[in-house]
Ligand binder design. Structure first.
Ligand SMILES: [Zn+2]
Length: 229
């Protein structure tokens, strides 16, 4: 596989290129040689006092509310499949509380915590959605018992891409991977340079979490519960 043939979503998406490139990329090209790539992961923040990554309280589910304006029709399955992948890798549980009209995705009031707001926005509304692999995820941090933890946040997917999935009854693997990347940020992973990881910062090169992604998610799911620090 040449670098130019890689699937890159983010920035200016060339929609036609996705349809052409992905089948080639999945089926063709030389097999990767096992053991040549080092698993790579990074955390958004590491607590200097404990040396541990900042993450969520693994003993409580992460609550989500969803604004479905501009969402693809299979948003429910999409959200369930992507959160299931995070849960499988980390043990972190998600609960979808319901729907909301709130789309003030950058609201300061969200800094106090509460359910994570999930939504879809075009780049014309929220330019940040075009900067990463199909959206952005941003946790809100607060000190709980003297330890920094994530207590809320925002997940926004690029609404300009939603029309691509409009005719499909099931979420597309690319769409699921985009949300898995963004949820990776929500739970504490940062972008990495390796294109073997779903958390690659240069766009979407994988459809599933890579070895580094899985190792990072595992660590984020093994942090002490609040009160047990
Ligand atoms: Zn990213």
């Amino acid at each position: 596989m040449t670098r130019s043939a890689r699937l890159v979503v983010g920035g200016a998406l060339v929609a036609a290129a996705l349809a052409v490139v992905l089948p080639t990329w999945l089926g063709g090209g030389p097999e990767p040689v096992p053991g040549t790539a080092k698993p790579e992961y990074a955390f958004l923040r590491v607590d200097r006092d404990t040396g541990r990554p900042v993450g969520w309280d693994r003993c409580r589910p992460i609550h989500l509310v969803v604004n479905i304006a501009g969402a693809p029709p299979q948003w429910d399955d999409l959200l369930r499949q992507a959160t299931a992948a995070v849960r499988e890798a980390s043990g972190l549980k998600f609960v979808i509380d319901g729907l909301t009209d709130d789309r003030d995705f950058l609201a300061r009031s969200r800094d106090v915590g509460g359910p994570v707001l999930v939504g879809w926005a075009p780049a014309s509304e929220l330019p940040q959605v075009a900067e990463d692999a199909g959206g952005f995820g941003r946790p809100v941090e607060r000190e709980v018992g003297g330890v920094p933890r994530y207590v809320g946040g925002t997940v926004v997917l690029n609404g300009d891409l939603s029309s691509r999935w409009a005719g499909q009854s099931q979420p597309d693997p690319i769409e699921i991977a985009q949300l898995m990347h963004v949820l990776g940020h929500l739970v504490g992973l940062d972008d990495v340079s390796s294109d073997d990881e779903l958390m690659s910062g240069s766009g979407l090169h994988q459809l599933l979490y890579g070895p580094g992604d899985l190792a990072g998610l595992r660590r984020l799911g093994q942090l002490p519960c609040a009160g047990d620090d």
